[in-house]
Write a protein that binds this ligand. Structure first.
Ligand code: FES
Length: 117
């Protein structure tokens, strides 16, 4: 199995607690293959999820508010668990991406979009 490619996105201390930031990250070796991700720091943990809401495909997840370990889309209030990307209701969720921290820097391994919505 091919090893995941992690990409440096920013420093941990450049994220504010409970406030998302948006990044464009390569999703494969193909330079045209990129995904838009939303990164959050919640209770000191870092999470990376798709920035595109499955409801109306708005790129606003980074601007959502945090509630009970979930991000709430600011457009119409769909809620997604940051750990799993799932909605508590069981409806369509967000892709989640592996994160690691090295020397105070956040690295994310993105992959092409899984959900076909
Ligand atoms: S676009 Fe996210 S809830 Fe409607």
């Amino acid at each position: 199995m091919k090893e995941k490619m992690f990409h440096r996105i920013c420093k941990v201390n450049e994220l504010r607690e409970d406030e998302g930031r948006r990044f464009i990250v390569p999703a494969s070796d193909n330079p045209d293959d990129e995904v838009e991700i939303a990164v959050f720091k919640v209770k000191g943990n870092i999470y990376a999820v798709s920035n595109i809401c499955p409801h109306q495909h708005t790129a606003l997840i980074y601007d959502g508010f945090i509630e009970d370990g979930c991000v709430v889309c600011p457009a119409h209030g769909w809620k997604f668990e940051l750990k799993t990307g799932n909605q508590p209701t069981g409806r369509k969720g967000l892709d989640v991406y592996p994160v690691k921290i090295e020397n105070g820097e956040i690295l994310v391994a993105a992959h092409p979009k899984k959900f076909s919505w």
